[in-house]
Ligand binder design. Structure first.
Ligand SMILES: [Zn+2]
Length: 449
């Protein structure tokens, strides 16, 4: 008898579309062919997943893979290897590479250049500085357009400070049914607030938080939401959680007033003690303990649309000046390999449910990004699957992680549960924290809806 399927995963607890139930998953030609009790169906490869949980591979909206131009920090190969080991099967890469992705030409060159290096699928964001270039990047398959309303370290070339340009970007997004995401802020206010903190002798990690949570961020957020309202287009806010609880309140008020706004949060896994111990290495996702609880509630309630890693690696040498002076080093830390493990640990310790995890880390991001074959374990979907072991555990060892920078703010943490294995279109890519595939088979995804 010829095997009917390439792969059958048997007796897993399958979580998709808000339901967790025991089932078998059959895979043929990279897609899910059947889900259910599949007693008669043979396959070339059979996996007994009796004690495992099968979730759709994580769809990561917000990562910095640093290629081209910044490959001393990370590259597409190392970043997507980290993703695969961390149960992430789609990574959407931000446009602040060198050159920045602000033209159709730069977009096409980047997509072409990284084609053979992707260990998982990769989507590319367009940068929203040149309205005339946007339609070209949309046609070329960019998954969304990112606007930087501040000119912080590493994204100066993508700065869109003026409202008319922002309006033009939003108008194109509306016309082409494209996702627009903003790093909100106000550059002039931020510079003044920062000068004030420096003048007061503040150069510690909490001063950085004060700036992130301050008037510049909140003013930028309100301006973004107001502009979206005027243009009448849904908008997305990148890493809302770094802007503090008042930013969450601002979004609540805007929603109550009728705004269509989606948000992402970094996983609230770095609290006050981490901030004190790690300083610059815990930024920008670290928050005060009292805020950790508030963000977890918003995430568990589904008020936050997506968990994003904001994987933003910098080398230790680049970070080191920040140990004495917080303003002397860029914020950002690697997170692609650790976010699902942290999120799953939070499921096993009762902070939120596995159904909500799948919703915030796979299904909703896939929908927002127009990636309709992702984010579900259902017939016809890409067979991107992470198997989780609720009985396992994992101690993060930064020396073992795939990211090029070799450090992690989560080093030494022991987590309940672990990512058992990761399948991309039915092919086993990673198992027990190691890449087992022989070569990269990820695609550069194009948004076609
Ligand atoms: Zn970012």
């Amino acid at each position: 008898v010829q095997p009917r399927h390439d792969l059958v995963i048997r007796h897993a607890t399958v979580v998709s579309d808000g339901v967790a139930a025991t089932a078998d998953i059959a895979v043929a030609n990279g897609r899910i062919a059947n889900v259910g009790t599949l007693t008669g169906e043979a396959a070339a490869t059979e996996v007994d997943a009796s004690d495992l949980v099968a979730i759709p591979g994580v769809v990561e909206m917000h990562a910095h893979l640093r290629e081209p131009g910044l490959t001393h920090k990370e590259d597409v190969a190392t970043g997507t290897r980290a993703a695969a080991c961390g149960g992430v099967t789609t990574v959407c890469d931000m446009p602040n590479t060198l050159p920045p992705v602000a033209t159709e030409r730069a977009f096409r060159e980047k997509a072409e250049a990284i084609g053979g290096s992707c260990w998982v699928d990769v989507g590319l964001w367009a940068g929203g500085t040149k309205p005339d270039e946007l339609r070209g990047m949309r046609r070329a398959g960019a998954i969304g357009v990112k606007v930087y309303m501040v000119s912080g370290p590493g994204f100066e070339p993508l700065y869109t400070g003026d409202i008319p340009t922002l309006e033009s970007v939003l108008a194109v997004a509306k016309e082409t049914h494209w996702l627009v995401a903003a790093h909100v802020g106000d550059d002039n206010l931020a510079a003044a607030e920062r000068q004030g903190l420096i003048a007061a002798g503040r150069n510690d990690a909490r001063a950085f938080l004060a700036l992130q949570h301050g008037d510049a961020s909140l003013t930028g957020l309100r301006r973004y939401l107001d502009t979206a309202r005027r243009v009448d287009v849904p908008v997305h806010v990148a890493h809302l959680s770094i802007f503090g609880v008042e930013a969450l309140e601002t979004v609540r008020r805007a929603r109550a007033a009728g705004a269509t706004v989606t948000t992402e949060a970094c996983i609230p896994a770095l609290g006050s003690r981490d901030l004190d111990r790690l300083g610059i290495y815990a930024l920008a996702s670290a928050m005060e303990d009292r805020d950790v609880e508030i963000w977890w509630r918003a995430i568990a309630d589904g008020e936050i649309d997506a968990i994003a890693t904001d994987h933003a690696p910098h080398t230790r040498a680049e970070k080191a000046p920040g140990e004495r002076d917080i303003w002397a080093a860029p914020p950002g830390h690697p997170a692609l390999q650790t976010t699902l493990p942290l999120a799953y640990d939070a499921v096993l310790t009762g902070r939120w449910s596995i159904e909500s995890l799948v919703d915030a880390m796979a299904s909703r991001p896939a929908r927002l990004l127009g990636l309709h074959s992702k984010g579900r374990i259902a017939v016809g979907a890409d067979a991107d699957i992470a198997l989780l072991d609720p009985n396992g555990s994992w101690t993060v060892d930064q020396a073992e992680l795939e990211s090029k920078v070799g450090w992690s703010p989560f080093d030494g943490r022991t987590l309940r549960g672990r990512v058992h294995s990761t399948y991309l279109r039915g092919r086993l890519v990673a198992r027990a924290g190691e890449i087992v595939a022989e070569h990269p088979t990820g695609y550069v995804l194009a948004r076609r809806d």
